[in-house]
Write a protein that binds this ligand. Structure first.
Ligand code: ATP
Ligand code: MG
Length: 379
């Protein structure tokens, strides 16, 4: 790049760059014992000479593409925290400072290194539109979430005693996913949500690679919450793993990450399952706390019905207390989708301006009928 038309400066820089590259190559040779870098974070640092210190807008719109670009230039280089890497292509001599390497110490950039550029503040934050106050009941669980929030805000305060891995378990529709979303919305943490089945790849190694990438990405934008939904789909007990050979690799990769061997500071993993008994025992033991999502009691059912009926597009005119008594065993999702939604649809079909007892009774009747059919089929 020619700035100020100074071609002699450019020649000098060319030579300097060649020398620098040679030096880097030599370092690679002498540091063959350097561990492969797992993760690398760079920060744009500007040009080496004062004359060149104008700001160059380093604007990366595609992180994946930047990673490929960066790797192509610096593969094989040995670096440590605080080092500089110089761009040799699009913006020659522009320096990037290494601000984070994992593992710590001298590491070598390899094919598998995850490279990222420091993000601007406030980027990529998602609002899931759910707050803790929307989660009805589950008081103990919300308390634990408050601790996690504090940790994500001030990780250094907790040190070794950081909350790391928490297991949410309970019947379907009791608010596990919703709580994780509320947690992410109420902190400045980024939420990485993944269904455990998405971790299963086509080839051997795909699963562990995905987990590695997931944790690298979370670390890159820490503080982060990793929410692994439906953990039982992959975290099976050893006896089932022999049936599903592809999952044992995932279990092992997860064990490593949950163990925190890789310094996952500022990351909290929450996994959810309907079925903790099916989980691999080693995996299950990595969760410091298991939080049970119980089905709502009568009082909570009433609160849930009130909360969601207020959001219906038609006014609901009925004694909800009666319905909270009639719906023992219903989850929050059942109340919302199977009772209120079906009632609303019935009211719309009736061209009614309100949802009334008649519509609610219709929905309940439907559910009873379904239950009877299920009992006949499965018992
Ligand atoms: N305690 C609750 N308070 C308020 N709403 C709830 C509650 N439990 C469930 N819901 C409602 O039910 C919906 C489904 O809940 P959610 O997806 O969180 O269940 P889950 O426990 O993750 O279920 P699954 O095990 O099937 O994944 C929520 O989006 C919410 O609207
Ligand atoms: Mg869920």
């Amino acid at each position: 790049m020619y700035v100020n038309g100074g071609s002699h400066i450019q020649t000098f820089l060319d030579e300097w760059l060649i020398a620098k590259t040679r030096e880097a190559e030599q370092r690679v040779g002498s540091y063959t014992e350097a561990r492969p870098a797992r993760f690398l974070k760079l920060k744009p640092a500007g040009y080496p000479l004062k004359d060149f210190s104008r700001n160059y807008p380093v604007n990366v719109s595609d992180e994946k593409l930047f990673e490929i670009y960066a790797k192509e230039q610096w593969m094989g280089a040995t670096i440590k925290n605080g080092d500089f890497l110089f761009d040799q292509r699009l913006i020659p001599d522009f320096a990037f400072r290494v601000i984070k390497v994992l593992p710590a110490g001298d590491v070598m950039i390899t094919e598998n290194t995850r490279i990222s550029l420091e993000k601007n503040d406030g980027e990529g934050k998602l609002d899931y539109g759910v707050k803790f106050s929307d989660v009805i009941g589950h008081v103990k669980i919300k308390d634990k979430c408050k601790i996690i929030m504090q940790y994500l805000q001030e990780p250094e305060k907790f040190g070794y005693w950081a909350p790391r891995n928490v297991l949410f378990y309970g019947p379907p529709g009791t608010g596990k996913t919703m709580t994780a979303k509320a947690l992410a919305s109420e902190t400045s943490a980024n939420l990485f949500m993944i269904r455990a089945t998405e971790l299963i790849g086509e080839y051997v190694g795909d699963g562990s690679k995905r987990i590695h990438e997931l944790y690298s990405a979370a670390l890159n934008s820490s503080p982060s919450i990793i929410f692994i939904d439906e953990l039982d789909a992959v975290g099976l007990d050893r006896s089932y793993q022999s049936v599903r050979g592809d999952v044992s690799e995932i279990v092992n990769a997860l064990l490593t990450e949950l163990e925190g061997i890789n310094d996952n500071v500022g990351i909290v993993t929450i996994a959810a399952t309907n079925n903790p008994v099916m989980l691999d025992r080693a995996l299950r033991s990595r969760f410091e706390e298991e939080l049970s999502f119980e089905l709502p009691g009568e009082k909570e059912r009433l609160e849930i019905l009130k909360f969601y009926s207020a959001k219906l597009p038609l006014k609901l005119k009925a004694n909800l207390k009666k319905y909270s008594q009639k719906t023992k065993g219903f989850s929050g999702r059942d109340l919302k989708d199977k009772l209120l939604k079906v009632s609303l649809h019935r009211a719309i079909l009736d061209e009614s301006k309100t949802v009334t007892k008649k519509h609610l009774d219709y929905a309940l009747k439907q559910l009873e009928n379904n239950q009877k059919v299920n009992e006949m089929l499965y018992t």
